[in-house]
Design a protein around this ligand. Structure first.
Ligand code: HEM
Length: 230
């Protein structure tokens, strides 16, 4: 699928690895499913969605340290200077070169989203409903009031996740409409058109990603089966 590359001209460049894309496009429907099963009081399914999101997040944390360049936190989480320089010089500048991966603003929003999702799952683990009949797997470790407080925060954090997701989609629309830069295509196919010198990116093995995922999925299952009560 490569376009002709002539001396600094346009080429197709791989940006996102398969594990990062699978993480993203599995997370989106899972979050919707978690919301729907909570609304419908299908709490067995809701808990299962939560455990799956927990395993996905664990995987993403490890992949953020051991994965491909564009998946690594050090690659896209910059300090305040990097952030300010990007906002002033690049963000609204149509002719500025795109970032090979998350841009500095996107990087922080990704981190915020992952942190909120992790908090959400953590709270769900300890939540208990008003009559004490339904609970997260570790709610038995805390008293009823703490479990109720966890449930209240669980509801509140979900609204923050919704707000951040809306912002996320609006940012993507902004890039599409203002900068004529389609970020969704690369998150699906893994690659994008690139003009000029190609970024030096390193890609980690999909097999290692699969091994890590199986380990965290197995670990999650063991944790819930051995120590959870729900
Ligand atoms: C529940 C809804 C969503 C959540 C929780 C979510 C979360 C995330 C996260 C965590 C990342 C970082 C990926 C990584 O580095 O692992 C990301 C990136 C991305 N997401 Fe979403 N996402 C959601 C919905 C969407 C939707 C609906 C779209 C498409 C319109 C979308 C398009 C993208 C794109 C294009 C990127 C890469 C942005 C970039 O180039 O820096 N996301 N999303």
């Amino acid at each position: 699928m490569s376009e002709t590359e002539v001396n600094g001209a346009t080429a197709r460049v791989r940006i996102w690895d398969l594990p990062t894309r699978l993480f993203h496009w599995t997370l989106v429907p899972l979050l919707g499913f978690a919301w729907w099963t909570a609304e419908e009081r299908m709490l067995d399914w809701h808990r299962l969605a939560g455990y799956s999101i927990f395993a996905l997040l664990l995987f993403r944390l490890i992949w953020g340290m051991a994965g491909s360049s564009t998946a690594r936190f050090v690659h896209f989480v910059g300090g305040p200077v990097t952030l300010a320089r990007y906002v002033r010089g690049h963000m609204f500048n149509r002719s500025a070169a795109p970032a090979p991966g998350h841009n500095p603003v996107g990087g922080w929003s990704v981190l915020a989203m992952i942190a909120l999702l992790a908090t959400q799952v953590g709270l769900g683990f300890f939540s208990v409903d008003i009559d004490g009949l339904e609970s997260g797997p570790f709610a038995y470790l805390v008293d009823f009031d703490t479990g109720r407080a966890a449930a209240e925060w669980h509801g509140f954090i979900f609204n923050l996740i919704l707000a951040l997701t809306a912002l996320h989609v609006m940012a993507i629309l902004f890039y599409l409409l203002h900068r004529r830069d389609n970020l969704v295509g690369p998150m699906i196919s893994g690659s994008r058109r690139w003009t000029g010198e190609q970024p030096a990116l390193r890609f980690a093995s999909n097999r290692i990603a699969l091994a890590i995922f199986l380990l965290v999925a197995g670990g999650t299952w063991l944790l819930i089966a051995q120590f959870g009560r729900a």
